[in-house]
Design a protein around this ligand. Structure first.
Ligand code: GLN
Length: 269
């Protein structure tokens, strides 16, 4: 009887392991480990003693996070790599839609979210934020020759935004839901602008500059729409990681690493 019982136990154990394994293998998110020199290693090791820090991001937000071929690049990628190194581990990047990042942090699917993410009171109810490491500005992109010259001129127009971003939230508040079209990527909003589906795009200033540089016939309005702080999102019950990241950020700020990383991607005007 005892032997039968242990056999049943072993079978149950094997079965549950198999189920776990399949569930993990099913994830269709891009997972890559980024080594110190920025090379992607494509390892999937999740061993605890390896201290792998999973970063949730949306790699369609240049110059903060974007992909060049298979390689993840950008300010946030480098800052997160430096933080992981400070904490004695490696970084693994999990690329997802921007509006999934907070949920993913809450569920513990990633250790932290870094994605040019603005600190807002609503988000603070869902996650904790580290100290801010950069300033963001919401700006308006219009076609050259557009009759939109001020924020008031946006009234009654169709505005393209990136889904779930502060640009999306504020534009719906200020100009009405019917006047805002949300795209999953900022680049798609810009394509819609070029195609005439929307008359303006509200998005963060640095990606805006990158999109305008890549696309002829667009310009950024001089009037800024909103000024914001970017920070890293950590799960509410994870104050140890929050403190560790804050300590690392402080050190990396003091020794000039953060400024160096930002200067590499954002040229002073
Ligand atoms: N800063 C904006 C926000 O937090 C946009 C961020 C992004 O699209 N990656 O909502």
């Amino acid at each position: 009887m005892k032997r039968l019982l242990s056999l049943v136990l072993v079978v149950a154990l094997v079965l549950s392991c198999a189920v776990l394994f399949t569930a993990c293998g099913d994830k269709d998110v891009a997972k890559n480990e980024q080594s110190d020199n920025g090379a992607v290693e494509n390892e999937q090791s999740e061993k605890k003693d390896n201290a792998v820090f999973k970063m949730g991001t949306n790699a369609a937000f240049p110059p903060y996070e974007y992909k060049e071929g298979e390689e993840f690049k950008g300010i946030d990628v480098e800052i997160a790599t430096a933080i992981a190194k400070e904490l004695g581990g490696k970084l693994e990047i999990v690329d997802m839609e921007f509006d999934s990042i907070i949920t993913s942090v809450q569920k513990g699917e990633v250790d932290f979210g870094i994605a040019g993410m603005t600190v807002t009171d609503e988000r603070k109810e869902e996650v904790d934020f580290t100290s801010s490491y950069a300033t963001g500005v919401q700006v308006v992109i219009v076609p050259e020759g557009s009759d939109i010259a001020t924020l008031d001129d946006l009234e009654g127009k169709k505005i393209g935004v990136q889904l779930g971003t502060t640009g999306d939230i504020y534009a719906k508040d200020d100009y009405g839901e019917d006047h805002v079209v949300s795209y999953s990527k900022g680049a798609d909003a810009v394509i819609a602008l070029k195609g005439g589906d929307v008359q303006a795009v509200i998005i963060d200033n640095e990606p805006a500059k990158a999109f305008v540089a890549e696309n002829e016939g667009l310009k950024i309005l001089e009037t800024e729409y909103a000024i914001e702080d970017y920070a890293i999102a950590v799960a509410k019950d994870n104050s140890e990681l929050l403190d560790d990241i804050n300590d690392a950020l402080e050190k990396l700020t003091e020794d000039g690493t953060i400024d160096e990383i930002i200067a590499k991607y954002i040229k002073a005007e």
